[in-house]
Each structure stands twice: as C-alpha cells, then as structure tokens.
Design a protein around this ligand. Structure first.
Ligand code: SF4
Length: 211
C-alpha cells in the first residue's frame, strides 16, 4: 500500500475525540475539496506491505486505530488491512469521503463517512447507496463552510433520518464558518447531532494535520 504516515496522537474528531489513537494515513485522494487541509496526502508516500503496517501499528500498543487519508478506500488492500487489524483486537475507525463503495468493508470496523457539502465542490460525488450500509455504530460527518452547507446537511439528515440511524457529526471548515454560529443554527433546529471542534488544532495549533 502507499502510506503517507503512521503515527500516534489523540483522536481529534468523532465520538472517539480525546482518546489515544494510531493513525494510518494512506496516500492519494480522488476528490479535491475546496477547503482541503490534507493536500500533502495527494502524492508521494512510501510503499509498505500489510505485514510492515501491522508491525508498525503494533509498536504503539494502542487499541484504537484509524485508517484515513487521503481516501483510504482507493487502495484495494485496505479491506485486508481492516480485517487484519480487527482480527488483532483493535477498534478500527475508517474515515472515508462517502464517495467510494463501503459495502466490502469488514463489518467490525466503524465507518466515519464524511458526506461532502456543496461548498466543498465535491457534493455531486457522494455515493448515496452507501447510506444503506450504515449501522448504529457508524458516524456521518458534515463539514460546513456556509449557511447553504448547513441547510443542505439539515435536509440530508432529515430526509434520510440519519438522527435515528447513526451518530451525526457537524463541524465547520476551519476559518470559514464560526463554530458559534453553526451551533446556534443546530440548537434552533433541535438537530440531534454532535458538534465537534478539531481538537488537535486547539492543542497543537491551526496548522496541525487533520485526522
Ligand atoms: S476527501 Fe479529504 S483528503 Fe480528499 S480532497 Fe477532500 S478533504 Fe482533502
């Protein structure tokens, strides 16, 4: 597999925020979100075998592992890697853009599906058939850059009854929309979603790499 980096940090997003986590960041993404802060994953990286990745992860002695990118589902070996990490007893989070088919992922993994809002410029790539594969343990995330993004996310959440299906996460694109404003909108609409800040940016600074 092409791997940009493997490192341990705390989980900066999702319901697992604040927990120690090993991040396996794959190289390559087939989207180009307007506000992307992970362009460094688009190229380069190192070729690693699954055994090498497993050994590297094992060295951290950390239960929680997140597969992220880039877009991890671009690489066919990701399915075997997910299975092997689950077999080894890890809690595995798979962060995906929501535009790649998730139906072959090991069901023991927890999906964090980042549905792309209109201001990302990639909204039309969302693969709606993926919603049929979501379970109660999975999480659907919306990154908002504007009121239009919020209204779009709210309509998708309500239309697909996501509040009753999964953990819904709302965050704002860093520097583009005030978290306070987004929270006020959520409260006004009684949206049953978790607002999240990117904790790593507050701990280590705004230029810290996304998770
Ligand atoms: S899916 Fe993630 S890595 Fe890919 S362009 Fe969008 S924000 Fe960047």
């Amino acid at each position: 597999m092409r791997i940009t980096e493997i490192y341990q940090s705390i989980q900066g997003e999702s319901s697992f925020t604040g927990l120690p986590c090993v991040f396996v960041r794959t190289t390559g993404c087939d989207l180009r979100c307007e506000w992307c802060d992970s362009e460094f994953t688009f190229s380069g990286g190192t070729t690693m075998t699954l055994d090498q990745i497993m050994d590297h992860v094992a060295g951290y002695d950390c239960n929680l592992v997140e597969l992220t990118g880039g877009e991890p589902l671009l690489q066919p070996e990701i399915y075997d890697l997910t299975r092997r990490l689950c077999d080894a007893g890890h809690t595995v989070l798979v962060e995906t853009g929501g535009h790649r088919d998730v139906s072959s992922l090991d069901p023991r993994a927890i999906m964090i599906m980042d549905l792309k809002c209109p201001d990302s410029g990639e909204c039309e790539k969302n693969l709606w058939s993926n919603l049929a594969h979501l379970r109660a343990v999975d999480e659907v995330k919306f990154v908002l850059a504007s009121r239009a993004d919020y209204e779009w996310a709210r309509s998708i959440i309500r239309e697909h009854r996501l509040e009753d299906m999964v953990n819904v996460l709302i965050s704002t694109a860093y520097g583009l929309l005030s978290p306070r404003v987004a929270v006020e909108w959520m409260l006004e609409d009684k949206l049953r979603a978790r607002f999240q800040l990117q904790a790593h940016k507050y701990i280590w600074g705004p230029d810290t790499r996304a998770v």
